[in-house]
Design a protein around this ligand. Structure first.
Ligand code: MSP
Length: 647
């Protein structure tokens, strides 16, 4: 049986549009999930949205919407963004899902019954944007230490979770499991900032917020959003339900990926809650850094961001994925700038990768009619390249297994650069000129093999490029699975190689290059055709409603001159004037058979000229060649007016 692997991103607040900072964590998680799948793991990758709480309640009110209406819109847009980035999640959890709500209530019940939750009065400070409680001493300059915004005084009856009770067990667990919290610097920071001062119990309910999960033992109270949110990692697996196969299979999680500002909730509160529930703890919590712009975290509140789909539409999904994975040292902060984005795309993707593929495939086409032929005339420079290619799989695996995701990508690009250098050193154009055919073919073979292996290794990171490369170099699925990246020489002699288009066209950077309208940004709108194919030809109700069908009555019929099959019809579709429709019904209906029939007309089809006559609309009929029958109305049920809309 395959080994299982459970990976999560945080569930995001749907409190506005998402930015490249949110994409960062999701793309990295997706890359790890894809990598594990390629390594044969049975992966469960979950992401979603954290939809309750004061922040959402306020935002919805400001937008004049119910919280549900407000979050539904954002969730639909977020799913579209994940689609644009090809995020391969297995489940999208929403904290407003019925199963989640029920499970959170059961969790509260359990904790209450075991005495880990108790009632008291809370008086303290609250930061609504962060949904965090603070004490006076934790504030920095009287403001929230996480986001620097104003906090408010909250005074209410609350339930508390006995976090203090778990302090020693937590520390013991950290010590016994040195890989549990990463990176190490964040773990040390956490211990210094919180444990050394002693953990305090946490307020886990609110009475002044309606938009939340009601506590089963006291419905005046709603669950604190952080408990509600953290629980998603187990409610999403069916914990405490009779459909808990996933929970049995995937819990404990292998990796919770989270941003540094929410690390403490995951590193302290979450494990303590799990201890209280008597559940095993996740294997690893990794706190990554932020994407920053001009020194500031990209965030909704600073407004220093664009819709990430702008970058995807202007370049490609792989360009954005590459930037996010490569430019941020995993665990540290990384810069996002449009200029750097273009620079990296040109340097690494167009020049190094794109150029290698187009140069090599073009040379195989030019010098050997597109046919690969390894003549095994290797020299020292060849062995040098091949040795490096033979090592790259294990280097990438080692980096990925230790979560050095950006470094894994760097290893692949080192080989890509080496291959470009190999072209300069081996000079295939000189070999061609000197008619050293066997040596030339050997060089080309080595290059194409290098490309095949790099493309396999790129699969977790880039979603479209590897497929395109395999097509160009004629590599079928037998030699493009992960294991095949460890074997040089799998491409057979005689394989057909085709010169490919440039995978990453160069972009000219100018100020404002991405300042485009955000209209039509959704992939759904751009991908109608693809989706129809993907989803078995289904169209959405919105797409269907674009077709205007109306009842029309044929008022006049005449033949079109010099056309054997065409009638010109004048049809009443309830408008002031009759519509002219040209149709090929002559072989199937006599003129008198058509007259006065009530039929179905597509009234919003773009008019088109047929035999010089402007035809404005289309009638619906069944059959194509031998028999054609018009769709007519059943008049037995009474008459219906011409022009009536058909739904
Ligand atoms: N809802 C909580 C998480 C609950 S998980 C049980 C939350 N949501 S959030 O939408 O505010 O942030 C979600 C994630 O996005 C966090 O991990 C956060 O660090 C990440 N990012 C938000 N802005 C970011 C950057 N500019 N850069 C990188 N990641 C950033 O917190």
């Amino acid at each position: 049986m395959n080994k299982s692997y459970y990976i999560t991103t945080p569930i995001y607040y749907p409190s506005g549009k998402f930015h490249v900072g949110h994409c960062y964590c999701t793309v990295v998680a997706d890359t790890i999930a894809r990598y594990k799948r390629l390594r044969g793991y049975d992966v469960f990758f979950m992401t979603g949205t954290d939809e309750h709480g004061q922040k959402i309640e306020k935002k919805a009110k400001d937008a004049n919407k119910t919280p549900r209406e407000y979050v539904d819109e954002i969730v639909s847009d977020t799913k579209d963004l994940w689609k644009a980035l090809n995020i391969s999640y297995d489940k999208y959890i929403r904290t407003t899902d019925e199963e989640h709500i029920k499970c959170v209530q059961k969790i509260y019940e359990k904790l209450y019954n075991s005495g880990d939750i108790y009632k008291a009065n809370y008086e303290g400070l609250y930061c609504t944007p962060c949904e965090s409680f603070w004490t006076e001493t934790q504030l920095i300059d009287g403001k929230c230490p996480d986001c620097g915004r104003e906090v408010e005084l909250v005074k209410e009856e609350s339930y508390f979770f006995k976090l203090s009770k778990y302090q020693d067990r937590l520390l013991e667990f950290y010590n016994e499991n040195p890989e549990f919290l990463e990176p190490l610097s964040r773990k040390n920071e956490l211990i210094n900032n919180f444990f050394n001062k002693g953990l305090e119990d946490v307020c886990v309910s609110r009475t002044t917020i309606d938009w939340g999960i009601k506590l089963p033992f006291d419905s005046k109270h709603t669950a604190y959003v952080w408990i509600d949110a953290l629980a998603n990692y187990i409610t999403g697996l069916g914990y405490l339900t009779d459909k808990d196969e996933r929970f049995k299979k995937f819990w404990p999680a292998d990796l919770h990926l989270v941003g540094k500002e929410i690390y403490r909730f995951h590193a302290m509160l979450w494990p303590a809650l799990l201890m209280a529930l008597d559940l095993p703890l996740p294997k690893k919590i990794f706190g990554h850094g932020w994407l920053i712009v001009e020194g500031k975290k990209i965030s909704k509140s600073f407004g220093n961001y664009k819709d990430p789909r702008i970058y995807i539409n202007a370049t490609s999904v792989d360009t954005l994925r590459y930037y996010l994975i490569h430019e941020v040292v995993f665990g540290q902060d990384g810069n996002f700038s449009e200029e750097l984005f273009v620079e990296k795309s040109n340097a690494d993707l167009s020049n190094d990768l794109g150029n290698l593929v187009s140069r090599v495939t073009a040379m195989v086409e030019k010098y050997n009619g597109g046919i690969l032929e390894n003549c095994n005339l290797n020299e020292e420079i060849d062995n040098d390249l091949i040795n490096e290619v033979n090592l790259v799989k294990s280097k990438v695996e080692e980096k990925m297994d230790s979560l050095k995701v950006n470094e894994a990508l760097t290893e692949i690009f080192k080989v890509i650069r080496k291959a470009n250098k190999y072209i300069d050193l081996s000079m295939p154009w000189v070999l061609a000129k000197e008619n050293k055919k066997d040596r030339l073919n050997t060089v080309l073979y080595n290059l194409v093999e290098t490309i095949r292996i790099c493309a396999i290794l790129l699969k977790p990171f880039l979603v479209n490029t590897p497929k395109k490369i395999f097509e160009y170099i004629g590599a079928d699925e037998n030699i493009t699975d992960w294991e095949s990246s460890g074997k040089f020489g799998l491409l057979r002699n005689g394989t057909k190689v085709t010169k490919g288009e440039n995978l990453f066209p160069r972009i000219e950077y100018k100020e404002g290059i991405f300042d485009m309208q955000e209209e039509n940004i959704k992939v759904e709108e751009k991908q109608e055709k693809v989706e129809q194919v993907n989803e078995k030809g289904y169209i959405t109700i919105d797409e269907l409603s674009k077709v205007e069908l109306r009842v029309g009555q044929i008022k006049e019929v005449s033949r079109v001159e010099n056309a054997d099959k065409l009638y010109k019809l004048l049809v009443d579709v309830g408008e002031e004037e009759l519509r002219t429709i040209v149709t090929g019904l002559v072989p199937f209906y006599k003129e008198e058979e058509l007259l006065n029939k009530q039929i179905v007309i597509v009234t919003n089809l773009k008019p088109a000229k047929l035999r010089g006559i402007m035809s404005n609309g289309m009638l619906l009929a069944a059959g194509e060649t031998d028999v054609v029958k018009l769709l007519t109305l059943d008049n037995n049920a009474g008459n219906i007016e011409n022009g009536t809309r058909i739904h």
